[in-house]
Design a protein around this ligand. Structure first.
Ligand SMILES: CC(C)(COP(=O)(O)OP(=O)(O)OC[C@H]1O[C@@H](n2cnc3c(N)ncnc32)[C@H](O)[C@@H]1OP(=O)(O)O)[C@@H](O)C(=O)NCCC(=O)NCCS
Length: 131
């Protein structure tokens, strides 16, 4: 299993992994804008087919992790762990001191995964506004 940077040839397979994992796919235009900033933080796990994906961002102060998903047929093989390890390595290399992320409170698997890797819930409430 190779962990590598996303390429546009992966897009349809990545969308399919997001869909089967219950995660909203990022539209091409949104992804294009994101990839102008830190393309090296958008990673896929591939052994010929795409088994997992994770999208990281870094704003110069905090790292953020979004849209981590693994094909349901390939779970508990350590694929998300390998994606996360590579993303953390890359964020650290950029000088990022802390990573934040969102998990829905009813996502037991997600919460267990993040806790296993040392990501603990914070009491902050998320506030958001469309522009
Ligand atoms: C969460 C998710 C990415 C985990 O992917 P994965 O490749 O199966 O995870 P790993 O195999 O690397 O798991 C590492 C450890 O996390 C924990 N973990 C992972 N899935 C778990 C589950 N369903 N229940 C309990 N613990 C779990 C375990 O401790 C596991 O180690 P173990 O298998 O040796 O017990 C995957 O379940 C998924 O795609 N879920 C849907 C999308 C999602 O919820 N994304 C994260 C929300 S931000």
């Amino acid at each position: 299993m190779l962990i590598r940077e996303f390429g546009w040839a992966d897009y349809d397979a990545v969308v399919s992994v997001w869909r089967t994992a219950g995660s909203d796919p990022l539209p091409r235009a949104e992804l294009e804008a994101k990839l102008e900033r830190d393309p090296e933080l958008f990673l896929v796990a591939s052994d010929g087919t795409i088994a997992g994906v994770v999208l990281g961002t870094y704003d110069g102060r905090r790292g953020f992790i979004l849209r981590l998903a693994v094909d349901p047929a390939r779970r508990r093989e350590g694929i998300a762990t390998r994606l996360l390890a590579e993303l953390e390595r890359r964020l650290k290399a950029l000088g990022c001191p802390r990573i934040n992320l969102f998990v829905l409170p009813d996502n037991a698997a997600g919460l267990a995964f993040w806790r296993y890797h040392g990501y603990l819930p914070a009491p902050d409430v998320v506030c958001t506004k469309p522009l």
